[in-house]
Ligand binder design. Sequence first.
Ligand code: ZN
Ligand code: FE
Length: 256
Amino acid sequence: MASLEIHLFPCLSDNYGVLIHDPENNVTASIDAPEAGAVKNALAEKGWTLTHILVTHYHADHTGGNMELKEDTGCIIVGPKNEADRVPGIDVQLGEGDSFGFGSFTAKVFDTPGHTAGHISYWFPKANVAFTGDTLFTLGCGRLFEGDAKTMWNSLSKIRALPPETVIYSGHEYTQSNADFALTVEPGNAALQARAEEVRDMRARGEPTVPTTLARELETNPFLRPDSPEIQANLGMEGRDLHEVFGEVRNRKDNA
Ligand code: ZN
Ligand code: FE
C-alpha cells in the first residue's frame, strides 16, 4: 500500500505546520498555513512542491501564509464551506460528508464547529490519520470561541468515533499545560499519570507531543472523558449529560 509521508515542523510561537506528501502522484499539501516562510523552508528541506493547502479554520495562525504560498506555487486552497468568506484564497469549499481526493488518498471531511463556527477536520482512512486543527489537541481541546459546549461535544464525538488507532495531528503544542490541567480533574487515572510524566520528559527534550493516537486520547484526555466516573465525581456532576460535564471541564480549563 502506498504510504502518505508526513512532515511536522514548528511555526510561530506554538503552532505546528504539517506537510503531507503522496510520492506516487507527487502531490503535497500543507495542513493549514500558519506562516509562509516556515512552510517554504519545510518544503525545501523535503524537496517537495506545494500543490494544496487544506485549511481547518480561518484563524490567522492557520491561514496567514495562504496568499503568499498561493502566489508562489499556484496551489489549490481547500477549506471550510461554512466560513469560506474568511479563508484567504479559498478555491474549494468543503463541509460535513464531503470527500476530497489527494493523489491516491481521500480525505473525509467532518464539520467540527465550536472553536470557530465553520471549523472542519480531515480524516484520511487509508493513511489512518486525521487532522483536527484547533478542535482536538493532545490531552486538550480548542477554546469555545464560536460555539457552546453542546456544539463542541458533538464535534468531539465525531472524532471519538474514528478507529482508535487513528493518528491525530493538531494545530498547537499545548500539551504540558493540558497535562497539568488533566491531572486536576482526574488525578486517579493511572494512564494519565504515566502520560503526564512522559509529556514532561518529551518537552524537556524539546520533542513535539503531536501527533497522538485516538486510543491514547480516549484513555487520558479529559475532554473526551466526560463519562469518567472520577471526573463526574470530582465535578459533582454524577449522571449529568455528557455535554454538560464536558462544558464544565472546558470551563475549569479556561479559568485554571
Ligand atoms: Zn484557532
Ligand atoms: Fe490556532
